[in-house]
Design a protein around this ligand. Structure first.
Ligand code: KIV
Ligand code: ZN
Length: 514
């Protein structure tokens, strides 16, 4: 991929590095839905997964590569023959494909993790890039832990991998250790010192351990990098990756200073954020820049007065620019199956069969009976909830009854089917949700630890659906269960059951060490 000097390539790694967040595993269909939204957002490169990590990862990369036409689809691979071949195989059907291969270059990683001498690392890197170039034209090479690597060694390895055919050179801040000025200087030095630097695009990939991922990425593009690797909502390992929406909007809003642009359709940012949050069950904090519920809310009277008199007094960009307010009231009780299917397709969901469409449509009708106005976000949650309860279903909620009144201990009575056999259970708890979860545990006896319980109102108003995330941990495995309903106790029970089913199906994937 080539680009103008002032254009920054946006490389989205939500589906690969984002998925490495504990509990953020996604199924192939969920990844495909997100990939379609990323294509609408006009990201240049979608890192769809790590093809060799598991058969599921391979299928996801392949399906996305076979489907997406307007973004380059990329697979990660270590600098190992088998990894590269598997990535090449997954990308065979891509309109535009990229193999992204990497090896660690810091003294600490080379000595303790790889147990290799620097010369061996260079040799492996060059061999990997050549092998990848035999399969595909577009090859990216990453120096893992670059921000703790020696400059001279980086110059040496980069010069050789460019000669071997790498078109993009990525300088990751793998452990989130860099600070902006130092990181920007490193990029500038590399570009200046490497004789064939003009044959490749320099890229950055920053983790947020010190909360500096976006600042470091911007320092790097100011110093000459022209690709930024980032994720929707900043999802990613540990404290996450640089957040796509913040980088894109900083470049756009401060073009006067940075002088750079992207090809992103910014009005698709909020829909992408909502989709990733609902699929992964990772809520977006209300004060998160750009995509948080309060990002454009002015509470103080002085601010409100100023904005009413002249918007720019307190607003540096508009909510509409990033896709807020596209959440129109779209469908209602009288909407037909066709209108429903068309809107779902616009939102990136296609139905594999008439049966799947009919099931989703009847859930929509049930919701429309309870809630007069159905918004886009309701539809996204409806599908996530339906998909959460599809597939592997050892546990199924048949009915739930909760009594809760002032001064009394709440009691939940549930009927749960386990492998088709119904069990009635009852439990008290400190609140109705606690009582429901305790009752569910009487049946499942999972031994899992509840790590997170969160409820999000999907739209405004007291008739809003509540979207619940339940994160369970068992023997080091973490799963996120999702449930949505206008009754938040039912949504909570559904989310707990979804998490139990995921634990039972051993859904979390194994990733090789990255
Ligand atoms: O953080 C990192 O170094 C990575 C590489 C594999 C690019 O994710
Ligand atoms: Zn990373």
């Amino acid at each position: 991929m080539s680009c103008n000097d002032d254009r920054v390539i946006i490389f989205d790694t939500t589906l690969r590095d984002g998925e490495q967040s504990p509990g953020a595993s996604m199924t192939r269909d969920e990844k495909l839905r997100i990939a379609k939204q990323l294509e609408k957002l006009r990201v240049d490169v979608i890192e769809a997964g790590f093809a060799i990590a598991s058969p599921g990862d391979f299928e996801s990369v392949k399906t996305i590569a076979d489907t997406i036409k307007d973004s380059t689809v990329c697979s990660l691979s270590r600098a190992l023959d088998a990894d590269i071949d598997r990535a090449g195989e997954a990308l065979r059907g891509a309109n535009s494909g990229r193999i992204h291969t990497f090896i660690a270059t810091s003294p600490i990683h080379m000595q303790y993790k790889l147990q290799m001498e620097p010369d061996q690392v260079v040799e492996n890197a060059v061999r990997a890039v050549k092998r990848a170039r035999n399969l595909i034209d577009d090859v990216e090479f990453s120096l893992e832990d670059a921000s703790r690597s020696e400059l001279d060694f980086m110059c040496r390895i980069i010069e050789q991998v460019i000669d071997a055919g790498a078109r993009t050179i990525n300088i990751p801040d793998t452990v989130g250790y860099a600070v902006p000025q130092e990181y920007g200087n490193t990029i500038a030095q590399l570009i200046q010192r490497i004789p064939n630097a003009d044959k490749a695009i320099f890229s950055v990939h920053c983790h947020n351990d010190l909360g500096l991922a976006v600042a470091n990425s911007l320092a790097a593009v100011s110093a000459g990098a022209r690709q930024v690797e980032c994720t929707i909502n900043g999802l990613g390992e540990r404290a996450g990756n640089a957040s796509l929406e913040e980088i894109v909007m900083a470049l756009r809003t401060r073009k006067d200073v940075l002088g750079l642009e992207t090809r992103i359709d910014t009005t698709q940012i909020v829909p992408a954020s909502r989709l990733v949050s609902s699929v992964t069950g990772f809520p977006v904090q209300p004060n998160k820049a750009i995509v948080g519920a309060n990002a454009f809310a002015h509470e103080s009277g002085i601010h409100q007065d100023g904005v009413l008199k002249h918007r720019e007094t307190y607003e540096i960009m508009t909510a509409e620019d990033v896709g807020w307010n596209t959440n129109r009231m779209v469908l209602g009780k009288l909407s037909g199956r066709n209108a429903f299917r068309t809107r779902m397709e616009e939102l990136g969901t296609t139905f594999a069969s008439d049966a799947e469409l009919n099931a989703a449509f009847s859930r929509f009708k049930e919701l429309a009976d309870k809630k007069s106005e159905i918004f886009d976000d309701d539809l996204v949650a409806l599908v996530s909830d339906a998909r959460a309860s599809a597939g592997h279903e050892k546990y199924k909620l048949s009915s739930l009854n909760v009594t809760s009144q002032t001064g009394e201990t709440p009691v939940a009575s549930l009927v749960v089917s386990v492998d088709g056999e119904e069990h009635s259970v009852e439990s008290s708890g400190s609140g109705p949700v606690d009582a429901a979860f305790k009752a569910l545990e009487q049946v499942a006896n999972s031994g899992a630890n509840l790590q997170l319980y969160s409820v999000n109102a999907i739209t405004s108003g007291t008739d809003s659906q509540g979207e619940v995330t339940v994160r369970l941990e068992k023997a080091g495995r973490i799963v996120n269960g999702l449930g949505a309903d206008t009754d938040i106790i039912i949504a909570s029970a559904k989310a707990y059951i979804h998490a139990l089913n995921m634990l039972d199906a051993n859904i979390q994937k194994a990733h090789p060490q990255v």
